[in-house]
Design a protein around this ligand. Structure first.
Ligand code: PLP
Length: 427
Protein backbone atom coordinates (compact mmCIF):
# COMPACT_ATOMS: atom_id res chain seq x y z
CA UNK A 1 0.00 0.00 0.00
CA UNK A 2 3.00 2.23 0.63
CA UNK A 3 3.16 3.70 -2.86
CA UNK A 4 -0.56 4.34 -3.25
CA UNK A 5 -2.23 7.69 -2.76
CA UNK A 6 -4.11 8.45 0.44
CA UNK A 7 -7.51 7.85 -1.22
CA UNK A 8 -6.56 4.28 -2.10
CA UNK A 9 -5.16 3.70 1.38
CA UNK A 10 -8.43 4.92 2.94
CA UNK A 11 -10.34 2.30 1.01
CA UNK A 12 -7.95 -0.63 0.90
CA UNK A 13 -5.21 -0.05 3.50
CA UNK A 14 -4.46 -2.46 6.31
CA UNK A 15 -6.11 -5.52 4.81
CA UNK A 16 -5.27 -7.60 1.76
CA UNK A 17 -7.32 -10.80 1.73
CA UNK A 18 -5.83 -13.99 0.34
CA UNK A 19 -7.57 -16.21 -2.19
CA UNK A 20 -11.09 -17.04 -0.99
CA UNK A 21 -10.90 -14.90 2.16
CA UNK A 22 -13.63 -12.35 3.05
CA UNK A 23 -13.50 -9.10 1.08
CA UNK A 24 -14.59 -7.06 4.11
CA UNK A 25 -12.49 -7.25 7.27
CA UNK A 26 -13.61 -10.10 9.56
CA UNK A 27 -14.87 -9.19 13.04
CA UNK A 28 -12.93 -11.51 15.34
CA UNK A 29 -15.36 -11.46 18.25
CA UNK A 30 -13.26 -13.61 20.54
CA UNK A 31 -11.66 -12.75 23.85
CA UNK A 32 -9.17 -15.56 23.59
CA UNK A 33 -7.16 -17.66 21.16
CA UNK A 34 -6.29 -21.36 21.09
CA UNK A 35 -2.79 -22.92 21.08
CA UNK A 36 -1.55 -26.48 20.70
CA UNK A 37 1.23 -26.33 23.29
CA UNK A 38 2.14 -24.26 26.32
CA UNK A 39 5.45 -23.58 24.65
CA UNK A 40 3.66 -21.91 21.70
CA UNK A 41 1.85 -19.68 24.10
CA UNK A 42 4.98 -19.02 26.14
CA UNK A 43 6.64 -17.52 23.08
CA UNK A 44 3.79 -15.05 22.75
CA UNK A 45 4.13 -14.04 26.39
CA UNK A 46 7.85 -13.51 25.91
CA UNK A 47 7.07 -11.36 22.83
CA UNK A 48 9.23 -13.79 20.84
CA UNK A 49 6.48 -14.74 18.41
CA UNK A 50 3.67 -12.69 16.87
CA UNK A 51 0.16 -13.76 17.65
CA UNK A 52 -2.87 -13.21 19.82
CA UNK A 53 -3.70 -14.61 23.21
CA UNK A 54 -6.16 -12.24 24.88
CA UNK A 55 -8.20 -9.41 23.40
CA UNK A 56 -7.46 -7.09 26.34
CA UNK A 57 -4.01 -6.70 24.81
CA UNK A 58 -4.53 -7.22 21.10
CA UNK A 59 -7.26 -8.29 18.73
CA UNK A 60 -6.84 -9.05 15.00
CA UNK A 61 -9.75 -6.84 13.88
CA UNK A 62 -8.44 -3.88 15.86
CA UNK A 63 -4.91 -4.47 14.54
CA UNK A 64 -6.16 -4.55 10.94
CA UNK A 65 -7.80 -1.14 11.35
CA UNK A 66 -4.80 0.24 13.26
CA UNK A 67 -2.62 -0.88 10.34
CA UNK A 68 -4.79 1.14 7.95
CA UNK A 69 -4.48 4.30 10.09
CA UNK A 70 -0.74 3.63 10.35
CA UNK A 71 -0.51 3.62 6.54
CA UNK A 72 -2.60 6.79 6.30
CA UNK A 73 -0.26 8.63 8.68
CA UNK A 74 2.89 7.10 7.21
CA UNK A 75 3.93 5.59 10.55
CA UNK A 76 5.77 2.44 11.63
CA UNK A 77 3.29 1.00 14.18
CA UNK A 78 -0.13 1.80 15.58
CA UNK A 79 -2.71 0.68 18.10
CA UNK A 80 -6.42 1.28 18.62
CA UNK A 81 -7.81 2.32 22.00
CA UNK A 82 -11.24 2.67 23.56
CA UNK A 83 -11.35 6.47 23.11
CA UNK A 84 -9.38 9.54 22.14
CA UNK A 85 -8.94 10.27 25.84
CA UNK A 86 -7.30 6.86 26.33
CA UNK A 87 -5.02 7.59 23.34
CA UNK A 88 -3.87 10.93 24.80
CA UNK A 89 -3.33 9.36 28.22
CA UNK A 90 -1.39 6.35 26.92
CA UNK A 91 0.74 8.45 24.56
CA UNK A 92 2.01 10.58 27.47
CA UNK A 93 2.02 7.98 30.24
CA UNK A 94 4.06 5.61 28.05
CA UNK A 95 7.06 7.95 28.48
CA UNK A 96 6.29 10.12 31.53
CA UNK A 97 5.86 9.13 35.19
CA UNK A 98 5.49 10.84 38.56
CA UNK A 99 8.10 13.60 38.83
CA UNK A 100 8.17 14.22 35.09
CA UNK A 101 6.98 17.22 33.10
CA UNK A 102 5.29 17.81 29.75
CA UNK A 103 4.92 20.98 27.68
CA UNK A 104 1.53 21.29 25.99
CA UNK A 105 -0.13 23.85 23.81
CA UNK A 106 -2.79 25.64 25.88
CA UNK A 107 -5.12 25.45 22.90
CA UNK A 108 -6.36 21.87 23.13
CA UNK A 109 -9.56 19.87 23.51
CA UNK A 110 -11.29 20.53 26.87
CA UNK A 111 -11.22 16.85 27.83
CA UNK A 112 -7.49 16.66 27.16
CA UNK A 113 -6.89 19.83 29.18
CA UNK A 114 -8.72 18.29 32.12
CA UNK A 115 -6.83 15.00 31.74
CA UNK A 116 -3.49 16.83 31.77
CA UNK A 117 -4.11 19.70 34.21
CA UNK A 118 -6.13 17.78 36.80
CA UNK A 119 -6.01 13.99 36.53
CA UNK A 120 -2.44 13.43 35.33
CA UNK A 121 -1.25 16.15 37.66
CA UNK A 122 -2.69 14.05 40.48
CA UNK A 123 -0.50 11.23 39.19
CA UNK A 124 2.53 13.49 39.71
CA UNK A 125 3.06 14.62 36.11
CA UNK A 126 3.37 18.38 35.71
CA UNK A 127 2.20 20.23 32.61
CA UNK A 128 3.19 23.67 31.39
CA UNK A 129 0.67 25.14 28.95
CA UNK A 130 2.05 27.47 26.31
CA UNK A 131 0.38 29.76 23.81
CA UNK A 132 0.37 27.84 20.50
CA UNK A 133 1.50 31.05 18.79
CA UNK A 134 4.47 31.54 21.18
CA UNK A 135 7.91 32.22 19.80
CA UNK A 136 10.52 29.51 19.60
CA UNK A 137 12.34 31.09 22.56
CA UNK A 138 9.19 31.15 24.69
CA UNK A 139 8.63 27.51 23.89
CA UNK A 140 12.24 26.69 24.72
CA UNK A 141 11.86 28.48 28.06
CA UNK A 142 9.01 26.14 29.02
CA UNK A 143 11.26 23.06 28.71
CA UNK A 144 12.72 21.70 31.97
CA UNK A 145 15.38 19.04 32.62
CA UNK A 146 12.56 16.58 33.47
CA UNK A 147 10.44 17.37 30.39
CA UNK A 148 9.54 14.16 28.54
CA UNK A 149 7.32 15.32 25.68
CA UNK A 150 5.80 18.27 23.85
CA UNK A 151 2.11 18.07 22.90
CA UNK A 152 -0.26 19.99 20.61
CA UNK A 153 -3.21 19.67 18.22
CA UNK A 154 -2.82 20.18 14.46
CA UNK A 155 -6.07 22.17 14.46
CA UNK A 156 -7.25 22.72 18.02
CA UNK A 157 -10.76 21.77 19.11
CA UNK A 158 -12.60 24.11 19.56
CA UNK A 159 -10.28 27.15 19.23
CA UNK A 160 -9.25 26.19 15.65
CA UNK A 161 -5.72 27.48 16.20
CA UNK A 162 -3.26 25.90 13.76
CA UNK A 163 -0.04 24.57 15.25
CA UNK A 164 3.29 25.37 13.65
CA UNK A 165 4.31 21.72 13.82
CA UNK A 166 7.87 22.32 12.55
CA UNK A 167 8.53 24.94 15.23
CA UNK A 168 7.27 22.66 18.00
CA UNK A 169 9.22 19.69 16.57
CA UNK A 170 12.46 21.71 16.43
CA UNK A 171 12.26 22.74 20.09
CA UNK A 172 11.19 19.25 21.22
CA UNK A 173 14.08 17.61 19.37
CA UNK A 174 16.59 20.14 20.66
CA UNK A 175 15.49 19.07 24.14
CA UNK A 176 15.77 15.38 23.21
CA UNK A 177 12.04 14.65 23.56
CA UNK A 178 9.32 13.63 21.08
CA UNK A 179 6.55 15.85 19.72
CA UNK A 180 3.11 14.26 20.14
CA UNK A 181 0.40 15.63 17.85
CA UNK A 182 -3.34 15.10 18.19
CA UNK A 183 -4.33 15.03 14.52
CA UNK A 184 -8.07 14.43 15.09
CA UNK A 185 -9.41 17.51 13.31
CA UNK A 186 -7.19 17.57 10.23
CA UNK A 187 -7.11 13.78 9.77
CA UNK A 188 -4.26 12.28 7.72
CA UNK A 189 -6.24 13.16 4.59
CA UNK A 190 -5.50 16.85 5.15
CA UNK A 191 -2.28 16.76 7.21
CA UNK A 192 0.33 14.17 8.01
CA UNK A 193 2.28 15.55 10.99
CA UNK A 194 5.15 13.04 10.56
CA UNK A 195 6.08 14.82 7.32
CA UNK A 196 6.78 17.92 9.43
CA UNK A 197 8.77 16.31 12.22
CA UNK A 198 6.14 15.04 14.69
CA UNK A 199 7.10 11.74 16.34
CA UNK A 200 3.82 10.36 17.69
CA UNK A 201 0.29 11.05 16.42
CA UNK A 202 -2.91 10.48 18.39
CA UNK A 203 -6.52 10.46 17.24
CA UNK A 204 -9.99 10.50 18.59
CA UNK A 205 -11.34 8.16 15.91
CA UNK A 206 -14.79 9.08 17.28
CA UNK A 207 -14.65 12.17 15.06
CA UNK A 208 -14.05 12.29 11.29
CA UNK A 209 -12.50 8.83 11.05
CA UNK A 210 -15.68 7.12 12.24
CA UNK A 211 -17.61 10.11 10.96
CA UNK A 212 -21.12 8.77 11.55
CA UNK A 213 -21.52 9.13 15.29
CA UNK A 214 -21.37 5.34 15.57
CA UNK A 215 -18.41 4.34 17.71
CA UNK A 216 -16.13 5.96 20.30
CA UNK A 217 -12.48 5.15 19.76
CA UNK A 218 -8.86 6.30 19.74
CA UNK A 219 -5.61 5.54 17.98
CA UNK A 220 -1.88 6.10 18.54
CA UNK A 221 0.56 5.99 15.63
CA UNK A 222 4.35 6.01 16.00
CA UNK A 223 6.50 7.53 13.26
CA UNK A 224 9.30 5.12 14.17
CA UNK A 225 11.77 7.98 13.87
CA UNK A 226 12.45 9.00 17.46
CA UNK A 227 15.73 7.57 18.73
CA UNK A 228 14.90 6.58 22.32
CA UNK A 229 18.31 5.00 22.95
CA UNK A 230 20.02 8.29 22.05
CA UNK A 231 18.19 9.77 25.08
CA UNK A 232 18.45 6.72 27.31
CA UNK A 233 18.45 8.60 30.60
CA UNK A 234 15.21 10.39 29.81
CA UNK A 235 13.26 7.29 28.86
CA UNK A 236 14.13 4.49 31.30
CA UNK A 237 10.77 2.81 30.60
CA UNK A 238 11.81 2.16 27.01
CA UNK A 239 15.57 1.89 27.43
CA UNK A 240 16.03 -0.28 30.55
CA UNK A 241 14.62 -3.75 31.31
CA UNK A 242 10.90 -3.97 32.16
CA UNK A 243 10.68 -6.22 35.23
CA UNK A 244 6.95 -6.61 34.69
CA UNK A 245 7.67 -8.03 31.25
CA UNK A 246 10.39 -10.65 31.64
CA UNK A 247 13.16 -8.06 31.67
CA UNK A 248 12.58 -6.89 28.09
CA UNK A 249 14.22 -3.64 27.00
CA UNK A 250 11.70 -2.37 24.45
CA UNK A 251 13.99 0.02 22.57
CA UNK A 252 16.63 -2.70 22.14
CA UNK A 253 14.32 -5.52 21.19
CA UNK A 254 11.90 -3.65 18.95
CA UNK A 255 14.00 -0.72 17.74
CA UNK A 256 12.82 2.78 16.93
CA UNK A 257 10.02 1.43 14.76
CA UNK A 258 8.33 -0.83 17.28
CA UNK A 259 9.34 0.09 20.84
CA UNK A 260 6.73 2.73 21.66
CA UNK A 261 3.64 0.82 20.52
CA UNK A 262 4.91 -2.53 21.85
CA UNK A 263 5.44 -1.03 25.31
CA UNK A 264 2.08 0.76 25.27
CA UNK A 265 0.40 -2.53 24.35
CA UNK A 266 2.36 -5.00 26.46
CA UNK A 267 2.40 -2.81 29.56
CA UNK A 268 -0.26 -0.07 29.56
CA UNK A 269 -2.96 -1.96 27.69
CA UNK A 270 -2.29 -5.02 29.82
CA UNK A 271 -2.73 -2.97 32.98
CA UNK A 272 -5.45 -0.47 32.00
CA UNK A 273 -7.38 -2.48 29.42
CA UNK A 274 -8.65 0.52 27.43
CA UNK A 275 -9.32 -1.62 24.35
CA UNK A 276 -11.50 -0.82 21.40
CA UNK A 277 -14.05 -3.54 20.71
CA UNK A 278 -13.72 -5.44 17.41
CA UNK A 279 -17.28 -4.33 16.54
CA UNK A 280 -16.31 -0.68 16.97
CA UNK A 281 -13.15 -1.23 14.94
CA UNK A 282 -15.29 -2.66 12.13
CA UNK A 283 -17.52 0.44 12.17
CA UNK A 284 -14.43 2.66 12.28
CA UNK A 285 -13.10 0.93 9.20
CA UNK A 286 -16.35 1.58 7.32
CA UNK A 287 -15.90 5.24 8.16
CA UNK A 288 -12.27 5.24 7.02
CA UNK A 289 -13.28 3.84 3.64
CA UNK A 290 -14.97 7.16 2.79
CA UNK A 291 -12.83 9.53 4.90
CA UNK A 292 -11.19 11.17 1.88
CA UNK A 293 -14.55 11.77 0.17
CA UNK A 294 -16.23 13.11 3.30
CA UNK A 295 -13.35 15.41 4.29
CA UNK A 296 -13.59 17.19 0.96
CA UNK A 297 -17.30 17.88 1.50
CA UNK A 298 -16.88 18.83 5.18
CA UNK A 299 -14.26 21.38 4.13
CA UNK A 300 -16.31 22.76 1.24
CA UNK A 301 -19.37 23.19 3.46
CA UNK A 302 -17.36 24.82 6.23
CA UNK A 303 -15.74 27.30 3.83
CA UNK A 304 -19.12 28.25 2.35
CA UNK A 305 -20.69 28.65 5.81
CA UNK A 306 -17.70 30.66 7.07
CA UNK A 307 -17.83 32.98 4.06
CA UNK A 308 -21.57 33.50 4.57
CA UNK A 309 -21.12 34.27 8.29
CA UNK A 310 -18.24 36.64 7.61
CA UNK A 311 -20.56 38.93 5.68
CA UNK A 312 -23.46 38.78 8.15
CA UNK A 313 -24.37 41.83 10.23
CA UNK A 314 -25.31 39.82 13.34
CA UNK A 315 -21.94 38.05 13.50
CA UNK A 316 -19.18 39.62 15.63
CA UNK A 317 -16.33 37.47 14.35
CA UNK A 318 -15.68 34.28 12.39
CA UNK A 319 -12.81 31.88 12.88
CA UNK A 320 -12.09 29.28 10.23
CA UNK A 321 -8.45 28.47 9.40
CA UNK A 322 -9.38 28.01 5.73
CA UNK A 323 -10.58 31.63 5.40
CA UNK A 324 -8.20 34.08 3.76
CA UNK A 325 -8.88 36.48 6.67
CA UNK A 326 -7.71 33.91 9.25
CA UNK A 327 -4.44 34.70 11.00
CA UNK A 328 -3.60 31.04 10.48
CA UNK A 329 -4.10 31.15 6.72
CA UNK A 330 -0.33 31.04 6.01
CA UNK A 331 0.18 28.05 8.33
CA UNK A 332 -2.87 26.42 6.76
CA UNK A 333 -1.41 26.83 3.28
CA UNK A 334 1.78 25.17 4.47
CA UNK A 335 0.39 22.30 6.52
CA UNK A 336 -3.04 21.70 4.97
CA UNK A 337 -3.12 23.01 1.39
CA UNK A 338 -6.05 20.75 0.43
CA UNK A 339 -8.37 21.70 3.29
CA UNK A 340 -8.55 21.93 7.06
CA UNK A 341 -11.69 20.62 8.77
CA UNK A 342 -15.45 21.07 8.83
CA UNK A 343 -15.62 23.05 12.06
CA UNK A 344 -16.22 26.81 12.07
CA UNK A 345 -16.40 28.94 15.19
CA UNK A 346 -17.95 32.37 15.53
CA UNK A 347 -19.35 34.90 17.97
CA UNK A 348 -22.86 36.28 17.68
CA UNK A 349 -23.46 39.93 18.53
CA UNK A 350 -25.36 39.96 21.81
CA UNK A 351 -23.06 37.30 23.36
CA UNK A 352 -24.21 34.35 25.44
CA UNK A 353 -28.04 34.83 25.30
CA UNK A 354 -28.03 35.52 21.55
CA UNK A 355 -25.91 32.42 20.95
CA UNK A 356 -28.33 30.29 22.94
CA UNK A 357 -31.38 31.68 21.06
CA UNK A 358 -29.66 31.13 17.71
CA UNK A 359 -28.82 27.52 18.47
CA UNK A 360 -32.37 26.75 19.59
CA UNK A 361 -33.73 27.97 16.23
CA UNK A 362 -31.53 25.73 14.06
CA UNK A 363 -33.40 22.94 12.26
CA UNK A 364 -30.61 20.96 10.55
CA UNK A 365 -27.76 21.31 13.03
CA UNK A 366 -28.46 19.70 16.41
CA UNK A 367 -26.99 20.81 19.73
CA UNK A 368 -24.47 18.11 20.60
CA UNK A 369 -21.18 17.71 22.44
CA UNK A 370 -19.89 16.23 19.25
CA UNK A 371 -18.14 17.37 16.10
CA UNK A 372 -16.94 15.87 12.86
CA UNK A 373 -20.10 13.95 12.15
CA UNK A 374 -21.81 13.50 8.77
CA UNK A 375 -24.73 15.41 10.36
CA UNK A 376 -24.18 19.06 11.24
CA UNK A 377 -24.10 19.93 14.91
CA UNK A 378 -23.23 22.85 17.15
CA UNK A 379 -22.18 23.66 20.69
CA UNK A 380 -21.58 26.54 23.10
CA UNK A 381 -18.38 25.35 24.86
CA UNK A 382 -18.42 27.92 27.69
CA UNK A 383 -21.67 26.48 29.03
CA UNK A 384 -20.89 22.81 28.30
CA UNK A 385 -17.57 21.12 27.49
CA UNK A 386 -15.39 23.91 28.94
CA UNK A 387 -17.60 24.84 31.88
CA UNK A 388 -14.94 23.85 34.42
CA UNK A 389 -12.70 26.66 33.16
CA UNK A 390 -12.69 30.27 34.36
CA UNK A 391 -13.17 33.15 31.88
CA UNK A 392 -9.41 33.82 31.97
CA UNK A 393 -8.62 30.18 31.24
CA UNK A 394 -11.22 30.19 28.45
CA UNK A 395 -9.57 33.18 26.83
CA UNK A 396 -6.10 31.66 27.27
CA UNK A 397 -7.35 28.47 25.61
CA UNK A 398 -8.76 30.51 22.73
CA UNK A 399 -12.38 29.74 23.61
CA UNK A 400 -14.04 33.07 24.51
CA UNK A 401 -17.36 32.77 26.33
CA UNK A 402 -19.37 33.91 23.27
CA UNK A 403 -17.89 31.24 20.97
CA UNK A 404 -20.27 28.96 19.06
CA UNK A 405 -18.69 25.89 17.51
CA UNK A 406 -20.45 24.79 14.36
CA UNK A 407 -19.50 21.44 12.87
CA UNK A 408 -20.54 21.31 9.23
CA UNK A 409 -21.73 17.90 8.14
CA UNK A 410 -21.86 16.64 4.59
CA UNK A 411 -25.37 17.92 3.80
CA UNK A 412 -25.99 20.54 1.10
CA UNK A 413 -24.25 23.79 2.04
CA UNK A 414 -27.16 25.70 0.54
CA UNK A 415 -29.52 24.08 3.05
CA UNK A 416 -27.07 24.70 5.90
CA UNK A 417 -26.71 28.38 5.02
CA UNK A 418 -30.49 28.82 4.67
CA UNK A 419 -30.98 27.22 8.10
CA UNK A 420 -28.29 29.39 9.73
CA UNK A 421 -29.64 32.50 8.03
CA UNK A 422 -33.18 31.96 9.27
CA UNK A 423 -31.99 31.14 12.81
CA UNK A 424 -29.93 34.35 12.86
CA UNK A 425 -32.97 36.33 11.76
CA UNK A 426 -34.92 34.94 14.72
CA UNK A 427 -32.09 35.29 17.26
C1 PLP B 1 -12.95 14.41 20.98
C2 PLP B 1 -11.52 14.70 21.05
C3 PLP B 1 -10.67 14.00 21.92
C4 PLP B 1 -11.19 12.96 22.88
O1 PLP B 1 -11.67 11.88 22.16
P1 PLP B 1 -12.81 10.87 22.70
O2 PLP B 1 -12.89 9.87 21.62
O3 PLP B 1 -14.06 11.67 22.89
O4 PLP B 1 -12.31 10.32 23.98
C5 PLP B 1 -9.32 14.28 21.89
N1 PLP B 1 -8.83 15.22 21.06
C6 PLP B 1 -9.62 15.93 20.22
C7 PLP B 1 -9.00 16.95 19.33
C8 PLP B 1 -10.98 15.70 20.18
O5 PLP B 1 -11.75 16.40 19.35
Amino acid sequence: MKDYKIETKCVQGGYTPENGEPRQIPIIQSTTFKYATSEDMGKLFDLEANGYFYSRLQNPTCDTVAAKICELEGGSAAMLLSSGQAASFFAIFNIASAGDHVVSSASIYGGTYNLFAVTMKRMGIDFTFVDPDCTEDELRAAIRPNTKAVFGETIANPALTVLDIEKFARVAHEAGVPLIIDNTFATPVNCRPFEFGADIVTHSTTKYMDGHGGAVGGCIVDSGKFDWMAHKDKFPGLCTPDDSYHGITYAERFGKEGAFITKATAQLMRDFGAVQSPQSAFLLNLGLESLHVRMERHCLNARKVAEFLEGHEKIAWVNYPGLKSSKYYALTEKYMPNGTCGVVSFGIKGGRPAAERFMKELKIAAIETHVADARSCCLHPASSTHRQMTDEELTAAGVPSDLVRFSCGIESYEDLIADISSALDKA
